[in-house]
Design a protein around this ligand. Structure first.
Ligand code: DGJ
Length: 751
């Protein structure tokens, strides 16, 4: 039965056995082929529904190809676009899945059995995923495929959303037969495009330079990004790619986004075959993966979130921002504006005592901060990075009245209190290690390679997760903790579990991530008022999986304003402004030793979840006065910044990278905040203007600090003329000159 919901629909053409998923602006069409498997027809801009689309599925007879049906020389799976392809029966491209059967065979034949179409969206067992709040927000199509010989079932799940240009996909493998299966590849989504005339965008980098935008033309062969680090999606590659037509810009043209709701080893791949068909695969990385499926067991893949945009890259990003901000992030903090925080890490590192912390908190409170975060170093004997991870007991020498006492003192100053943990880690110098050396991820007889002097706990083990939960829950229930920074500073090496059976050792990385999710689930359920910020040596796990539990993520350990332009610009391709932790830190900057002025540092950090990470007690009276103004500015505009529509205007990745600009516009188009940044001063420079976006053409806007008003159409077509970037004096008389300048504009509809 067809189902419609407002403008979206899922149709089933009985006669031609075709499915048509019609989203707000896209169509997604596939059909049951004559071998009873699924063939893909179209994914692209929305088209009319009709009784048959079969004329779109052209199959060509090509000499020398191997065919499935002797009477049909055109029916070669190698030449057919497929929906969830297998390997070994005439398709030679990399498949969506692979199962090894008991007799050693890897040949499957999954045929259509039945389907269901219903309102709403089911949850995925043990995995983070987008959700609906009532069944009128989405329609779901469930396709059941069955392999008769082995009695194995695959359920493909498709959900189309009523309010977003989004299609989500996942797959579930169920062993209904009598043998044990080994699933060696299980993609969340696979799509065969008609052609390969695309560029692939991805977000790649490393620690302190995460999510730089990369762009390459698709070529015949395989191109991919992935993680093999076990416990992180990684700062090296993000679980996201986009395919865009070559002529596409930020604001125009056709883009397909693919984002995986997962925090561990992933693969995002495009294989272009020799007829220039592009096959996108997105899912858990099959490298070093083997999932044993006993009789009656099932395996659920993570969710792929696919966005179609005909409004360029920025259109794609806005869709990701909206769905992730409102239907991936959960809990009390989803819709609340986030507090301005002060974090002591770069102020003190490991050397602090209660007195010092209270001094910082006191000044920060006076400046207007709302949350004090105590970072690493408060527990065990943790005076450097060599010890105590796992011993989540307060160090009374540093904090005589315990976390409980300190948190109440911070509260008495008028600030909420937040605490740092690194729950997944263990130091060899710790009570935990002395008691449980086997809790480490390790391979007997092999070297154990340290990373930042620490090791990884085996989170695939229930007792390990339970133990860490108990320690964290104890602190959360006794002290007054409103925020947790959940850090993770090293990847998995010598991957092995001391308890998993031999044949399940290759499940460890995925089981570990499931353990992390379980702990998050338990803590967020039990302590719903706590705001979680995820972190992995900065932005090493900035992914949708984490956002489901932690509404914000520490974007990068690199807090230099210039470096942050690229990092925040790239991060905004997928992740909402409300998810990006962004702090003003000291100069010379601790990562790159650069000297940037206080205004520039704040003007970059405003476009995120704003805070400070420096020793406020050492700031001059003048700087403190500026900081007071900055906090006021952010508080006044944070509702708009955290929830408005974000537009990228000038890219630090294009041209000479000297200019960056972005803006946020309120949904009703009555307010906007614009940031423009110039890295190096230029002599005798050309005229500069910013072509603004997203305003109402017919509204007259006032710009704070200027007596001239402008219509939206003027600002979007003629643009906003910028001051000479080498010397900028803002409305409050703050003067920046030379390199590293920022200009901020606040505009409001004239009343
Ligand atoms: C890495 C994080 O990214 C930093 O912000 C800080 O929390 C340190 N770890 C503490 O060890």
């Amino acid at each position: 039965m067809d189902m419609k919901l407002g403008q979206i629909a899922i149709y089933y053409n009985e006669g031609t056995k075709e499915f048509h998923i019609q989203g707000l602006n896209f169509s997604y069409i596939f059909k049951i082929l004559k071998n009873n498997q699924l063939g893909h027809i179209f994914y692209g801009k929305r088209i009319h529904h009709r009784a048959s689309f079969s004329h779109l599925l052209k199959m060509k007879t090509r000499g020398n190809s191997t065919v499935q049906f002797e009477d049909d020389p055109a029916f070669s799976l190698e030449m057919i676009k497929q929906e969830y392809p297998s390997y070994g029966t005439t398709d030679f491209r990399e498949p969506a899945f692979q199962i090894v059967y008991e007799n050693g065979s890897r040949i499957s034949n999954f045929e259509y059995k039945e389907h269901k179409i219903y309102k709403g969206k089911p949850r995925l067992d043990g995995l983070p995923a987008t959700y609906v709040e009532n069944e009128n927000e989405a329609i779901t199509l469930e396709i059941h495929l069955f392999d008769e010989l082995t009695a194995t079932e695959i359920i493909l799940l498709y959900t189309v959303f009523a309010h977003f240009n989004v299609l989500t996909r996942s797959a579930k493998f169920i062993n209904k037969g009598k043998q044990t299966l080994n699933v060696t590849r299980a993609m969340s989504a696979s799509i065969d495009f008609f052609d390969a005339d695309f560029e692939m965008i991805h977000l790649s980098g490393a620690w302190t330079r995460e999510r730089h935008v990369k762009n390459r033309k698709l070529e015949v062969g395989i191109q991919s990004v992935s993680s093999t680090r076990g416990n992180a999606s990684s700062p090296h590659h993000n679980p996201f790619i986009a395919l865009k037509r070559p002529e596409v810009t930020e604001h125009q043209g056709e883009v397909y986004g693919f984002s995986l709701v997962y925090s561990g080893n992933f693969l995002a791949q495009v294989e272009v075959d020799n007829f220039e068909v592009a096959r996108v695969s997105l899912g858990i990385n099959p490298f070093d993966f083997n999932w044993r499926l006993e009789r009656g067991e099932s395996f659920q893949t993570p969710e792929a979130v696919m966005v179609y945009s005909d409004q360029g890259l920025n259109g794609m990003s806005q869709t990701y921002h909206e769905i992730y901000r409102t239907r991936l992030v959960r809990g009390e903090w989803r819709d609340k504006v986030r507090p301005v925080l002060i974090n002591n890490w770069e102020a003190t590192y490991f050397s602090f005592n209660e007195e010092k912390l209270l001094e910082i908190a006191k000044v920060a409170k006076d400046l207007g901060a709302e949350l004090f975060v105590l970072d690493d170093g408060w527990f065990g004997q943790r005076n450097n990075s060599k010890t105590s991870l796992g011993d989540w007991f307060v160090n009374h020498e540093k904090i005589p009245n315990g976390i409980d006492g300190l948190s109440r003192k911070i509260n008495d100053l008028g600030l909420a209190f937040g605490l740092w943990f690194e729950p997944e880690m263990i130091s060899k110098q710790s009570k935990l290690y002395r008691e449980h050396p086997d809790w480490l991820i390790q391979v007997p007889g092999r070297r154990q390679s340290p990373g930042r002097n620490q090791f990884v706990l085996d989170f695939s083990r229930k007792e390990v997760v339970d133990h860490i939960y108990a320690l964290m829950a104890q602190l959360l229930s006794t002290a007054s903790i409103s925020y947790i920074k959940w850090d993770m500073n090293r990847y998995m090496t010598e991957i092995g579990s001391m308890t998993l059976p031999t044949e399940r050792q290759m499940e460890l990385s995925h089981r570990y991530i499931l353990g992390v999710y379980r702990l998050y689930e338990r803590l967020t359920n039990e302590f719903p008022h706590v705001l979680f910020e995820s972190c992995a040596a900065g932005g090493g796990r900035f992914d949708p999986g984490m956002l489901y539990y932690a509404p914000q993520t520490w974007t990068s350990d690199d807090t230099d304003a210039v470096e942050r332009l690229k990092i925040q610009y790239g991060t905004s391709f997928v992740y909402p402004i409300s998810s990006m932790g962004a702090h003003v830190s000291a100069i010379p900057n601790h990562q790159v030793r650069r000297l940037t002025n206080l205004h520039m540092r704040a003007a970059v950090a405003y476009f995120g979840i704003f805070g400070y990470e420096l020793d406020v007690t050492k700031m001059s009276e003048y700087d403190r006065a500026c900081m007071r103004e900055q906090i006021n500015f952010y508080k006044e505009h944070r509702e708009l910044i955290q929830k408005g529509l974000f537009y990228r205007l000038l890219s630090p990745f294009e041209g000479n990278g000297n200019d960056t600009a972005w803006m946020v516009v309120s949904k009703d188009k009555k307010e906007a905040v614009i940031g423009y940044y110039q890295v190096l001063a230029k002599p005798n420079a050309k005229y500069k203007r910013l072509l603004l976006k997203g305003l109402d053409p017919n509204t007259e806007y006032e710009i704070e600090g200027s007596s001239v008003t402008h219509y939206g159409d003027e600002l979007m077509n003629f643009g906003l003329v910028l001051e000479e970037g080498n010397v900028v004096v803002d409305q409050s008389g703050y003067k920046q000159s030379g390199d590293f300048t920022a200009q901020l504009f606040v505009m409001k509809a004239k009343r």
